[in-house]
Design a protein around this ligand. Structure first.
Ligand code: BG6
Ligand code: MG
Length: 220
């Protein structure tokens, strides 16, 4: 029973959600409305364009297409200021250990991220060369919760969707994994991610035998 893993990036491998939040909050401030951490949950896993639409809905603001384009550019410029300061110390607890464990087990893994900045972020934290493949916001036409990103990931792994385990911190991402008929693992608040097949607060909580026992039993 072969198995492969697809990792979301933001919020699973690195904590970039806080930088997205700061950059979006700045825009909300500029437009004159409140944008909270709980609003931010709705933006997790969602593409940049869709994030702006959700943000504008929250603030009940309507903008011209041209203005929207301007704000998408300035939001990303602001976000990148944080990204360029990132280093390997910002890899989330348990992530490097999990990649090491998968390497030792001979289990292949790819990235399945909505972010167009994913390659840059992986380079910043020295993980770019570890993945067997990278599917990011540049390679998909439909954003999470559409399963496209993970289905392309399964192709890169040469596995069937049922043989893939997806690690996700976002509601939209768990939904995408479920719609792809993959095994979904929610990383973060179990109440928020209750649709996942498995839940852990963070990657350090994964049991030692998660792949050798739990997953292999589920797949066989
Ligand atoms: C996802 C994040 O990984 O990438 C979202 O969870 C973000 O919050 C999306 O909007 C797109 O990222 P980027 O880097 O292309 O703006
Ligand atoms: Mg995420």
């Amino acid at each position: 029973n072969k198995v492969g893993v697809i990792f979301d990036l933001d919020g699973v491998i690195v904590d970039t959600a806080k930088y997205h939040f700061l950059a979006w909050k700045d825009l909300a401030d500029e437009l004159g409305f409140e944008f909270t951490e709980s609003h931010n949950e709705l933006l997790k896993g969602v593409s940049r364009v869709r994030s702006l639409e959700i943000l504008l809905d929250i603030g009940k603001v309507e903008l011209s297409e041209e203005k929207k384009q301007d704000y998408l550019v300035s939001k990303n410029e602001h976000y990148l200021e944080y990204i360029y300061k990132m280093g390997p110390e910002e890899i989330l607890p348990g992530a490097s250990q999990l990649l090491d464990a998968l390497d030792a087990l001979g289990i292949h893994y790819v990235l399945g991220s909505a972010s167009k900045n994913a390659p840059l972020i992986l380079k910043q934290v020295n993980l770019f060369n570890r993945f067997a493949g990278i599917v990011d916001g540049n390679s998909v036409s439909k954003a999470k919760p559409d399963p496209e990103v993970f289905l392309i990931g399964a192709q890169k792994l040469n596995l069937k969707p049922e043989q893939c385990v997806v690690f996700e911190d976002a509601i939209a991402g768990v939904e995408a994994a479920n719609r792809a008929h993959m095994i979904s693992v929610g990383i973060g608040d179990a109440k928020t991610l209750h649709e996942a097949d498995f839940n852990f607060n963070n990657l350090t909580e994964l049991p030692q035998d998660f792949f050798t026992k739990v997953i292999s039993e589920k797949i066989s």
